[in-house]
Ligand binder design. Sequence first.
Ligand code: HEC
Ligand code: HEC
Ligand code: HEC
Ligand code: HEC
Ligand code: HEC
Length: 191
Amino acid sequence: MKRAAYQRPRAGLLAACVAIALLGFGCDQVDVQLPSYHKGYQPVQPINYSHKLHAGDLGIDCKYCHFGAEKSKHAGVPPVNVCMNCHKLVKTDSPEIKKIHKAYESGESIKWVRIHKLPDFVVFDHSRHVNRGVACQTCHGKIQNMEVVKQANTLAMGWCVNCHRDYKANPPAHLKDKNLNPSLDCSGCHH
Ligand code: HEC
Ligand code: HEC
Ligand code: HEC
Ligand code: HEC
Ligand code: HEC
């Protein structure tokens, strides 16, 4: 499946939201619901890499590979040398592992197909969520059970805003003492 061109939401609800914002309210006054964008997007990757095997069965921590998640905007996809930490020795006769060795020796990166992607006018930062205790799976689903990654949520504005509103009003039990106060202001997510 090819990624469809970025679709603009039907005008109605957003126009209402903008109009209400101009009157001095925020999105907390409106139940925002927008289309499902790329929910369910599950492209074929250049190497048959399995999260179920690595993050599930082998129990490798998400942040061992996605080491940007705690420190920066992007969680990032791991460079080849992270794979080589093990695959220099592990299963070197496999044709899939040979692809890793080939990339490593030629100094090229593996051309993983990007799955989750917000439009440029949205501000999103992994560290601001991960360091406040929001688990990867809350947004990405049970990745540790997936052979092939599939986008679990819409990443639409309504999805972001609804969670910000819920976590402010009624945070999950394990985050109650953190006094979470995610922003509902337009400028929190748009510059
Ligand atoms: C051994 C390294 C490794 C571990 C451990 C790992 N990942 Fe990944 N992850 C990758 C690679 C490589 C890709 C790119 C290929 C793919 O999409 O499968 C990826 C892709 C992803 C993507 C999709 C990125 C995109 O393009 O949008 C998400 C989300 C993700 N991982 C989350 C997780 C979570 C959550 C965990 C822990 C439960 C985890 N990963 C553990 C290596 C890893
Ligand atoms: C912490 C060690 C470790 C890291 C890091 C790691 N792997 Fe693995 N990987 C393994 C083990 C163990 C197996 C299972 C080998 C077996 O079946 O005996 C495996 C199996 C695989 C297989 C299946 C090979 C086959 O033919 O059965 C692929 C493909 C693979 N890994 C890709 C990757 C990629 C890509 C990365 C980097 C993003 C990566 N691995 C990082 C340990 C690791
Ligand atoms: C609050 C929701 C949320 C949480 C929590 C979250 N992510 Fe993401 N993730 C996203 C969104 C939204 C994107 C798309 C970001 C973009 O396009 O800038 C994304 C993108 C990614 C990507 C693609 C590359 C990148 O960095 O943009 C990877 C890999 C990823 N996430 C892994 C993780 C891992 C691992 C964790 C936990 C340590 C995690 N995410 C926690 C929402 C989340
Ligand atoms: C599962 C709930 C959840 C989802 C989904 C979510 N967020 Fe958040 N967001 C939070 C929490 C919790 C914080 C931390 C608030 C704090 O530090 O008090 C936060 C913080 C932020 C911040 C930092 C500034 C602030 O408001 O505190 C931005 C910007 C942000 N989120 C944008 C987004 C965007 C854009 C999306 C959708 C693509 C999104 N978030 C999806 C829960 C979520
Ligand atoms: C918690 C984060 C968040 C907040 C708060 C937020 N937005 Fe958004 N907004 C997004 C995300 C993510 C998108 C992109 C996905 C989509 O279009 O649904 C978006 C998309 C939009 C778009 C669509 C642009 C287009 O061309 O498709 C408009 C307009 C917009 N927002 C206006 C607003 C206004 C006005 C407010 C304040 C009332 C607001 N947003 C508050 C996250 C947020």
